[in-house]
Design a protein around this ligand. Structure first.
Ligand SMILES: NC(=O)c1ccc[n+]([C@@H]2O[C@H](COP(=O)([O-])OP(=O)(O)OC[C@H]3O[C@@H](n4cnc5c(N)ncnc54)[C@H](OP(=O)(O)O)[C@@H]3O)[C@@H](O)[C@H]2O)c1
Length: 256
């Protein structure tokens, strides 16, 4: 398998790092020359990673091609390229629809969208794929959890979840700051918050039959301090505001 990347930026670096950090990774990787520093860094760190002379040279030397340029330049970059019918095209460009990519990558017949997260670098995925594709599920499965969906509308809705990371860290930051303001040493507060939320993150896996509503109820002991925080934040409209905010992101992803 020869994997080519058009656009050698943060996400390409994460995928290549995740794949090539594993022993006996058989895929040969061909990178487009931009960004030169990132490409040179990957070539120096890993075996069987090369930089092509240009974008077309990547296509000419690979069977599977990942499109990893920013959406703003995608049309201009792809319009210049000659794809083959047998190219397996995997678009990572979040805001370009599957139909748009298929038109730009014609006559390639196998065109899918994938949405990996930068955590694939440490093989902690997850990656969404649409439509389902066994060979890409196997490849991204080496980098973490894979979620395959048939319906592009489902893919777009799931993409909204990826807009919540910064707010999640702001939530932890608020807690961390409060602990420090109340006399807890910086490192102690950080360690404790990190360990707590790591353990909470594994709760859905350890209780697979419980949905999130029931997990929230389970942790909100009647009359307890968890119930208090949940009740007060709910009364302030925090969760309603969050849901409205997700609607706004969804509209943006759909181009509205
Ligand atoms: N990062 C994420 O967490 C993430 C997650 C999901 C999806 N995505 C999607 O993945 C794509 C890449 O994201 P990214 O974070 O990796 O962006 P990035 O770090 O900005 O990488 C994009 C790369 O494209 C290169 N480039 C610019 N013009 C080019 C051209 N004409 N030909 C070839 N390469 C060119 C840039 O090189 P220069 O540096 O020289 O300009 C840059 O290295 C985006 O479409 C984004 O929507 C990203």
């Amino acid at each position: 398998m020869k994997l080519g990347f058009i656009g050698t930026g943060a996400l390409t670096a994460a995928i290549v790092t995740g794949l090539k950090s594993q022993a006996n990774e058989p895929a040969a990787i061909i990178l487009s020359p931009r960004n030169a520093d990132i490409a040179a860094g990957l070539v120096s760190r890993f075996p069987d990673v090369r930089v092509a002379a240009g974008n077309q040279a990547v296509l000419d030397r690979c069977d599977t091609v990942f499109l990893a340029v920013r959406p703003q330049v995608a049309h201009a970059v792809l319009a210049d390229l000659r794809f083959r019918r047998d190219h397996h095209v995997v678009s990572l460009i979040a805001t370009l629809s599957g139909k748009e990519v298929a038109a730009l990558a014609a006559p390639a017949e196998r065109v899918i969208k994938a949405l990996p997260m930068p955590m694939v670098a440490s093989r902690q995925g997850p990656t969404m794929i649409c439509p389902p594709d066994p060979s890409m599920a196997a490849l991204f499965g080496r980098l973490g959890k894979v979620i395959e969906v048939k319906d592009p509308a489902e893919f777009d809705a799931l993409s909204v979840a990826t807009a919540t990371f910064a707010s999640y860290f702001k939530y932890l930051d608020t807690l961390h700051t409060w602990l420090k303001d109340h006399g807890v040493a910086d490192a102690t507060a950080r360690d404790y918050v990190t360990a707590l939320f790591k353990a909470l993150a594994s709760a859905p896996d350890t209780a697979p039959d419980m949905d999130f509503t029931h997990l929230a109820q389970d942790y909100a002991t009647r009359g307890g301090i968890n119930e208090q925080v949940l009740r007060e934040l709910t009364a302030k409209g925090l969760f309603e505001a969050f849901a409205e905010n997700l609607d706004g992101v969804h509209r943006r992803i759909l181009g509205g």
